[in-house]
Design a protein around this ligand. Structure first.
Ligand code: SAM
Length: 345
């Protein structure tokens, strides 16, 4: 009979509902901060279950807002929940929750894009990279406006074992607008296969948990939302610096529906473009008529390998950016035109 008693000890005492709190503090959703709230605690409990067993866990919640997910995390038994919220209007409601769960909820009023999570938790929870994941979870119903830059930033941290991943293979359970969720999990050949699919899947096991219909949120967004769970891999599938992988993948997906070499060419300055693209494809031993969406992660690994080799022979290649060249050419043409016009006057 000990279990029910223990369970009762970490469940929250009776509180105003999330809806009542929203009314009480007049928390109108701000479009600018991508605010869409979840008020149904059965649904927030379901999201939290995707993270696994949170009893005694350390958790960082991104954007707690009025605190629906926050309550579910506390009810699931998290021992130490740190929430990072940008909008100060939510802080009084979160303080109320913190009083109801003494010593278990820490509130940071700040921006998750700049927050140093490596300083937010004790070093003693760290695990070796090749060990099981640490008892630290990142959870959030992410604001749409920051979800893509945030996941790219965290994937770079996974690659470098920094930030939240200085504690080991920290797991993430996050929401994304459905289209982004589909890109993250898309397999080879799928229409949704994109830069995000490769960047996430070469570093993590990415699992699509379920879809939440837009009508479950207040206010209702125009899209449905996918819940995704990430566990960093012990061995990344590509072992080159994140920035190099990102550059190769980004260029290849510039022309998603064309043969992949079209994008690959843009890795090189015009003078050596054709020659080095051919050399790279030969080294990687890939059929050049494959489309970007048809490439598998081992193909990207071989292409990164070949690109790293070419960069080791000519160190200026790594800094070459096709888009930057286009921008400069455009500026030069504009100033020539302006010069011409001045002279004509
Ligand atoms: N977790 C709440 C829920 O599920 O009802 C709110 C989710 S709402 C989609 C996103 C939340 O993230 C809002 O509370 C918003 O203020 C907050 N937010 C937006 N940008 C943020 C940022 N850069 N850093 C931290 N919080 C942010």
């Amino acid at each position: 009979m000990a279990a029910p008693h223990k369970l009762a000890s970490f469940r929250l005492p009776p509180l105003p509902t999330v809806g009542e709190l929203i009314k009480l503090y007049n928390l109108r959703a701000e479009k600018q901060l991508s605010q869409n709230f979840l008020l149904d605690l059965r649904l927030t409990d379901k999201i939290i279950r995707q993270a696994g067993n949170l009893r005694g866990a350390h958790v960082c919640e991104v954007g707690p807002g009025p605190g629906g997910l926050t309550r579910s995390i506390l009810n699931a038994g998290a021992a130490d929940l740190l929430v990072v919220e940008k909008d100060s209007r939510f802080i009084p409601g979160l303080k109320l929750l913190s009083e109801a769960a003494p010593g278990r909820l820490r509130i940071v009023h700040g921006d998750i894009l700049t927050y140093r999570m490596d300083r937010g938790f004790p070093a003693k929870i760290s695990r070796r990279w090749d060990d099981d994941p640490p008892n630290l979870h990142i959870i959030g119903n992410l604001p749409f406006s920051v979800s893509t830059p945030l996941i790219i930033k965290w994937l770079e941290h996974v690659a470098n074992r920094t930030g939240p991943f200085s504690f080991g293979r920290t797991q993430l359970t996050l929401t994304f607008q459905k289209e982004v969720a589909e890109r993250l999990t898309a397999s080879t050949g799928s229409r949704q296969r994109s830069r995000l699919s490769i960047m996430s899947q070469y570093l993590c096991t990415v699992h699509s948990c379920f879809t939440i219909p837009g009508r479950a949120f207040v206010p209702k967004p125009e899209v449905d939302v996918g819940v995704i769970h990430f566990t960093p891999l012990v061995q990344p599938q590509i072992q080159h610096p994140f920035k190099l992988v990102e550059k190769v993948v980004r260029n290849i997906f510039q022309f998603r529906r064309k043969h992949f070499y079209k994008g690959l060419e843009k890795l090189f300055p015009e003078a050596c473009r054709v020659e080095l693209t051919q050399e790279m494809i030969q080294m990687a031993d890939i059929d050049p008529t494959l489309r970007s969406t048809e490439l598998k992660i081992p193909h990207f690994r071989a292409l990164c390998e070949a690109y790293a080799h070419l960069c080791s022979q000519d160190s200026s290649l790594i800094n070459y950016e096709y888009r930057e060249e286009l921008r400069q050419n455009h500026q030069e043409r504009r100033s020539k035109l302006l010069d011409g016009n001045m002279k004509a006057k």
